[in-house]
Design a protein around this ligand. Sequence first.
Ligand code: PRX
Length: 637
Amino acid sequence: MISRINNLEDYAVAYRRSVSEPERFWSEVAEQFVWRKKWDKTVEYDFDDYNVQWYLNGKLNITENCLDRHLLSRGDKTAIHWVANDPHEKDRIFTYKELHEQVCLFANVLKRNGVQKGDRVCLYMPMVPELAIAVLACARIGAIHSVIFGGFSAQALADRINDAGAKILITADQGPRGNKVVELKQIADEALFQCEGVERVIVYQRTGVEVKMDDERDVYWHDEIQSVPNTCDPEVMDSEDPLFILYTSGSTGKPKGVVHSTGGYMVYTWYTFRNVFQYQENDIYWCTADIGWITGHSYIVYGPLLEGATSVMFEGIPTFPDAGRFWRIVDRLKVNIFYTAPTAIRALMAQGLEYVELYKLDSLKVLGTVGEPINREAWEWYHQHIGKRQCPIVDTWWQTETGGIMISPIAGVIPTKPTYATLPLPGIQPILVDADGNEIEGKGVKGNLCVKYPWPSMLRTTWGDHQRCKDTYFSTFKGLYFTGDGCRRDEDGYYRIMGRVDDVMNISGHRIGTAEVENAINMHKAVVESAVVGYPHEIKGQGIYAYVVCDSEQLEFSTITELKDEILNVVIEKIGKIAKPEKVQIVRGLPKTRSGKIMRRILRKIAEGQTDNFGDTSTLLDPSIVEAIKEGVVKDD
Ligand code: PRX
């Protein structure tokens, strides 16, 4: 069957066909879904004046394909198996039938609260089944969901709600994480002071703690769900109707709302899920991501449910109550496919093997990683100690914008090589280009990673600003989608992602723009200007290093340590803990060119601990600044 790749030959055939006859290829893959009306044309696109459409004039509802389609054959199969943060709390299990019912109930709650097709619904929730239910309920009625990661601050939440123009927010009283709780409702209340458009807040009681409720605005999930019918016809959507917005950081300005549409996203997330992980009917699949990120959207919710899989959802963190938590869950649930981030692997590796050796891990068949480059040591550790050298590792390269996995081994089919994402999946046509956009052909080469042909789940636009989408992804190299990543193609034609070539950092697999952190730092009253760079960090992959220029008068009022703490707090307040710099250095000035551009290359090198070999510094306005930074202008630590 075209949709299942079983061996290398299948891959070669599928790949060739996907390039020579892409329309036919993607048309055949899409056939097996429920469409209310079949599409007229498979794809239409223009990469110069960006516009892309897949499955034109097709009509469908993605939840009909995630849920209703499975009711007869898999109604009693577990769809979501939820494991709580607290190891003593009971799991919650939802069969396809139960999930379908819950989604219908909440879809009716949304309708009753005035949500209509095309409206934006923001979600600021812990990792509870109700988050998946709310996401699907939005899709059921054609509302556009925008999930905001529970670790973001009130300000970051407000910015995203306002940009999306949402009139409803779904949140929870609290979100337990490790031995802490996130005060979600309280943070949401603070954010909503700035969000006039939000008329309704639906609060899910996760811990049951008393929270402040606004009589006119706030209602409880459990109250609302009491009096609505448990069936809800799926809204018939166009293939190109937006399914969701997900905010992500870029190299400049505010985070942008990446928009994904319905038909193409459905086809591609399903196709990649079943092939990359080689999911078999009774497998237990666990992706440890948070639904606040794209990985959770595509590979906890949509991909697995479209396949009719059993998807594990975990509320906690890898190191609570101890570093054996993941492995205990793997053994207890007999997890077959396990998908996590390199940063988690490195963190657990650092805790020692005693946390691994207590567990059998013999149910595992396939291991996956995502979100950042995996170093060889972590790859080997994962392979040897978790996979017992029996499980292929799929190092999956993709992005929020790509919607689904782009370059990755297909488990057991494509031979793996440590640190390599290996080969493009069928339908994906990567190309490496030099700084001028010329193709770098052949093997054993490096370049900027672009894609030259559309794939079904690529972003359609950035919310409210199509020009920004064009500028960011389609203007650097003419006629190509630019990923922002540097990449090497080796002698075997295998791809290895080298990391970002723009001003985007990757901290523990979280994407953070340097400009975003700088903007936050600059809001401190003593700060004149700042420059932020990423530097190699053993566990997080990258850490944030901030160089900050302060007003000398302000400096006299506080100690350097106090000032640094205050600066860190501003970042936490404006963005969230995930963007907190590891190091702050107060400097006299920043190394700038005569035209005023900050030479980040130099700052990156200093952050890495290098003190010479700065390359060409002849355009520096004041070379003594570099010397001063190296020595530490203000000797403090
Ligand atoms: O630099 C690449 C890195 O993460 C970026 C995308 O981040 P985000 O949109 O948050 O999505 C993460 C989850 C899909 C990419 O531009 N990245 C992602 N996966 C890998 C990776 N770098 C190396 N290897 C990977 N497997």
